[in-house]
Structures are given as structure tokens and as C-alpha cells.
Design a protein around this ligand. Structure first.
Ligand code: TEU
Length: 578
């Protein structure tokens, strides 16, 4: 894209309030807890930070704090030259929201069509069926029967999260006012827009084809994602609200692998969203028929995905994000590299080096900066808290399902393996602040934290890494963030070029800046030494070592001749053209 607004060069840090920092000892993170760590974020080099059944858009969930606490947080960020983005959850509300309570009260209530109500279907023998066979994200049907009025309401997520009816203009206006203007008027700088491509559901409510014969309910995103009025709604949202505040938006865009479709949302010519979270990279390893049935993948797939979205920015007038963690995904060290004791630090640095060298707006998720890893393999299902994971477990282990003992045992092993790699809880363990304090310093210890603290918090924590300084994962992230800002022309905005893309062990890419300057990145994605070849060809002459994930790489480089380099396990290096 042409102009460079602040949010392109910004490094954003996502906070999941429940697991970040508890200030009042109730075991649940809160807004004052976030406030107490604003300087930690400033020090890391962060420019933005950001905080799903909402019962009142104009309040803060009481255990997290108050609107006053939020005002203090906005002020604290702005005072330090940082910005604040909030999560905007307007595909659905809570079933406790006053709007839904009215909507459900009678068929002729004025708010009835603020949500999506449909009559039941009946089989020939009179059995009641939901309007369609759609599967919700959290297992089971997307429809909940309401005895009171004898109709079903739509919920793509939990049954406590009824979908709003965006077709109704009055509903849209209320959303703009209550969920958006209210917070923008308080000075926030923009929104992370939850499941932004699901507001327009399409016109046809018909059965989805059977892709997963294990269940009655079927994946049905092709019927409700990227619906016909999506772009009209987003244009309206801009005209009515966002343009008046110059607010930044980052929309969550699942089920949209086509660059052409993504461009419709983020193209510069047609103002809809500033950027999106596209799902290709985080979907690596997710099962075809079920997200949590893990499927093995190889490095060239990751490289192709990175190349595809890098080329998207370079080849179009659109812009997007660089991220591989959030509160819905497993930790990147575990998923894309290795969390074995002797490999996890090198892995975390390798991935930091890769992400900090990619074009787009960089988003880091809490704990990523210290290389937090997934839930230990030994943890039983009782330690998991996430509704999506627990419902999946329940459905798969349902005694009513007709599978034999052997199949059942194999399935159970796959379920637990899938959750341990891909489950959302992996990202929701309490933030590991300290190796000494109880509960890793997340809470003072008067109440058990809502979620168990990682067994390895004594080894992986902020305190220890601050003490270890430059050599730690945190120290390396800080250094890479500074480096990214210094060479923004190449790293944040440059054009990407992949080399040896079919190589299964290493990832080599180049970046080209506006003035033909070059960077080259070489990454070893294995636990063994690998030989890589530095990029060659026009512009890549005279590459000089600039930064590496192993501290002593600089001295190694001095004696190196030619273009071949020996990389140690999980080592990454970045070169600049002289
Ligand atoms: O998630 C929507 C989404 O598509 C996925 O990222 C998510 O993994 C979900 O679990 C579907 O498998 C967003 C939020 O990020 C998530 O935390 C919420 O639960 C969800 O919307 C509903 O608001």
C-alpha cells in the first residue's frame, strides 16, 4: 500500500486479560493487573496492546475491573506513546444481554429479529430437527431450541452466544453506537474485530454436505462465512463510525485462503479493514474434518504459506499482519519448532528472528516473548478449561457412539494429542512472571488461579530472563524488535523472495527494500547442523552478517568464505547487503 500510517510499523502485543496478571488475588487476571505491567510492555518495544459473551457493551466484566480502570489504562498507554486496541465482539452477544432477553421473550417483540430465529423441521415420524445440520465451533448444532416460543436461534459458537442479525439496520446502528462509539469516545485507537467475515450469513439456510460421517452436524462455514452483504456492512461501519475516529481495525478472517477474497477486505481503494488475521499459518496441522485431529505437516508447507502472504502485500495494494500465536492457538515453539528442554530457547529465538524479518504488522501474543510452551503432555483432560476443547472431548468420548473398544482407545489418544498440540488452553495458562513467587507471580496465592500454572515456570519466566539480559529469549526479542524498527524499510515493508523452497530442513529468504538494498535470512528448522546457501543473484552481493540467534555467530562469520554457511540446531541468522 502507498501511505505508511503508524499501525504498519507498530509492534502489537495481545493480552488475554484472564491469564495476564491478577491484581486482587482472586486467581483471575484483571485490568489493574495489566496497568501494573504497562512499563514491561513499553520496555519490550511494544506500541499497542489489546484486551466473547458480552452482556453489556458499555461495561467491563466485573472481575476484570471497571470502566474507570479502562480509562486509566488508556491514559497510561497514551502517556507512554503506546496505543490501545480492544476486541470488538459483534457477531454475537451473550444470551444475558438485554437485547437477547427481549428478543427471546415473544415472537412479536420489537427486538425479535435482532437475532436469527427459525422454525423447527420435522421428520416423517414427527421428530423435531433443527433448521439445518450445521455444526457449531464448539461441537453440536449451531441451533438452540427455545421452548418458550417454539423456535430455534442461531449460534455459530456457544449456545450462550446467540448470533446478532446484521440484516436488520436497527441492530447494526445499535452495535455501532453501543459497542463502538462508546469506546472510541473514550480514546481507544481501534479494534481487533472478532470473526469479522461472519456477520452476513448468506441467504440460504440449507443443509451442509456430509464431510464427517462420525456426526450428524457438519462443518458449514461455506454457508455462513463471507456472505453476500459482508462488504456492504463493513463500508457502512467505516462511513458511520471508524472514519470519524481514524481508528485502526484488524479483522479476524477464518476460512478465507483466497488472496483475492482477502484483498476485498483490505484493499487500499475500498476502505473496509486496515488489516486481517488470515488463518493459513495457524491452521497448519489442524485436521481436515476436525480442527483438533492433528495432521502432520512438513516445512515446505509453512514456507509456501509465508511466501503466499508476503507476496500478497508486495503484489497488491493491500496490507496484512504477521502473527502465529493468539489466545486460540498452541504455542509456536511447540507447534513449529521444538519445546524439548535443550532446544526450546534456540527454537524461540529462531522463530522470533523469522517473524521480525517479515513484512506486515507484527503481533506478539503474551508469553511468546519469553518462549512459553504448550501444556505438559502429562496433564489430564481435567486440567483443560476451554469450552471448544472440552466439548470436543465429550463428543468424541460419548459412550453412545458406535465404535469398538480398540477404535475408542485409538481415538482417545488422538484427541489428547490434538488438544496438547492445538488446543486453545495452551495459550491460556497464566503468564509466567516469576520463578520464585507462588503461581509464577501471576496471582498472590490467596486463591488458586483459574487455570493451572505450567510445570516449568521456574525455568521459563520473565524475572529470570530479565536477569539473564541479552542472552535470554526476552532479550533476543527486544533486540529483534529494535532491529526491525531500524531496518523497517527492509523488514516491515520490503519485498519477499524465497529460495530453495522445497528444502524440508531449512528456510532461506531474501527481502528487498525500496532502494534495492537487501536482507537475507537463513533458518535451520531442525535439531541438527545444516548447511545453507546464502541467496545469490542481483542485489545479494556482499552480504554481511547482522544479527543471529546464537550469540557467538559473529565470530564464526568472520572466517566464512563463499556462500555456504553451517547452521547449528535451530539457528537463525540475518544478513544485510553491504
Ligand atoms: O475465534 C474465532 C475463530 O474462528 C477461531 O480463532 C477460534 O479458534 C474458534 O475457537 C473456532 O475454532 C474468535 C475468538 O478469537 C475466540 O476466542 C472466540 O471464542 C470466538 O471468536 C467467538 O467469539
Amino acid at each position: 500500500a502507498s501511505a505508511n500510517p503508524w499501525w504498519k510499523d507498530a509492534v502489537c502485543y495481545q493480552i488475554y486479560p484472564a491469564s495476564f496478571k491478577d491484581s486482587n488475588g482472586d486467581g483471575l487476571g484483571d485490568v489493574p493487573g495489566i496497568l501494573s505491567k504497562v512499563d514491561y510492555l513499553k520496555d519490550l518495544g511494544i506500541d499497542v496492546d489489546m484486551g466473547y459473551d458480552i452482556s453489556d457493551y458499555e461495561k467491563v466484566y466485573a472481575p476484570y475491573g471497571t470502566v474507570k480502570d479502562m480509562e486509566a489504562l488508556i491514559e497510561a498507554c497514551h502517556k507512554r506513546g503506546m496505543k490501545l486496541i480492544l476486541d470488538l465482539v459483534v457477531n454475537h452477544t451473550s444470551d444475558q444481554h438485554a437485547w437477547f432477553k427481549e428478543s427471546r421473550s415473544s415472537k412479536d417483540n420489537p427486538k425479535r429479529n435482532w437475532y436469527i430465529w427459525k422454525p423447527p423441521r420435522y421428520t416423517e415420524d414427527g421428530t423435531r430437527l433443527p433448521p439445518t445440520n450445521w455444526r457449531s465451533y464448539f461441537s453440536g448444532p449451531t441451533w438452540e431450541y427455545d421452548e418458550h416460543t417454539g423456535e430455534y436461534y442461531l449460534h455459530l459458537f456457544a449456545k450462550e452466544q446467540p448470533d446478532l442479525n446484521w440484516e436488520n439496520e436497527e441492530t447494526r446502528k445499535a452495535i455501532y453506537d453501543s459497542a463502538m462509539r462508546f469506546w472510541l469516545d473514550k480514546g481507544i485507537d481501534g479494534f481487533r474485530v472478532d470473526v469479522v467475515n461472519m456477520y452476513s450469513k448468506g441467504v440460504e439456510f440449507k443443509d451442509a454436505p456430509v464431510l464427517d460421517s462420525r456426526f450428524y452436524e457438519q462443518p458449514a462455514w461455506m454457508y455462513y462465512a463471507n456472505g453476500p452483504r459482508m462488504h456492504e456492512f463493513l463500508r457502512e461501519m467505516n462511513q458511520e463510525v471508524l472514519n470519524h475516529y481514524d481508528a485502526v481495525t484488524v479483522g479476524e478472517l477464518p476460512h478465507t485462503p483466497e488472496p483475492q477474497k482477502v484483498l476485498e477486505y483490505v484493499g487500499a481503494g475500498d476502505k473496509q479493514l486496515s488489516m486481517v488475521f488470515q488463518f493459513d499459518l495457524v491452521a497448519l496441522g489442524q485436521g481436515q474434518d476436525h480442527k483438533y485431529l492433528f495432521e502432520k505437516w512438513e516445512l515446505p508447507e509453512l514456507k509456501d504459506i509465508v511466501a503466499k502472504w508476503q507476496q500478497f502485500i508486495d503484489g497488491t495494494d493491500g496490507w496484512t499482519t504477521v502473527f502465529c500465536e493468539n489466545h486460540d492457538q498452541g504455542r509456536f515453539v511447540t507447534r513449529y519448532a521444538s519445546d524439548a528442554p535443550h532446544e526450546r530457547e534456540a527454537s524461540a529465538k529462531l522463530l522470533s528472528l523469522m517473524l521480525c524479518a517479515l513484512t506486515g504488522t507484527l503481533f506478539i501474543y503474551q508469553g511468546q516473548e519469553i518462549g512459553m510452551i504448550n501444556v505438559p503432555k502429562s496433564w489430564p483432560i481435567e486440567e483443560y478449561r476451554d469450552i471448544e476443547s472440552l466439548n470436543f472431548y465429550r463428543t468424541m468420548t460419548d459412550p453412545a457412539r458406535s465404535v469398538n473398544e480398540q477404535e475408542r482407545a485409538a481415538e482417545l489418544a488422538n484427541v489428547m494429542r490434538g488438544l496438547q498440540i492445538l488446543g486453545r488452553d495452551n495459550a491460556r495458562l497464566p503468564m509466567q512472571w516469576s520463578g520464585e513467587a507462588p503461581h509464577a507471580g501471576f496471582t498472590d496465592g490467596s486463591t488458586e488461579p483459574w487455570m493451572r500454572v505450567h510445570d516449568l515456570y521456574k525455568e521459563i519466566n520473565v524475572e529470570r530472563q530479565v536477569h539473564d539480559g541479552e542472552g535470554s529469549v526476552l532479550g533476543f526479542w527486544k533486540r529483534m524488535i529494535r532491529f526491525r524498527k531500524e531496518y523497517a524499510n527492509l523488514l516491515v515493508h520490503g519485498a519477499f523472495e524465497g529460495f530453495a523452497m522445497e528444502d524440508k530442513r531449512t528456510f532461506v529468504f531474501g527481502k528487498r527494500g525500496e532502494n534495492e538494498e537487501r536482507a537475507a535470512v537463513v533458518l535451520n528448522f531442525t535439531g541438527e547442523e545444516q548447511e545453507v546457501e546464502l541467496p545469490s543473484g542481483a542485489g545479494y552481493e556482499g552480504l554481511v552478517f547482522a544479527v543471529g540467534s546464537y550469540e557467538d555467530a559473529a565470530s564464526e562469520e568472520e572466517s566464512a568464505e563463499g556462500r555456504l554457511r553451517q547452521l547449528r540446531p535451530w539457528e537463525g541468522r540475518l544478513y544485510l547487503s553491504g
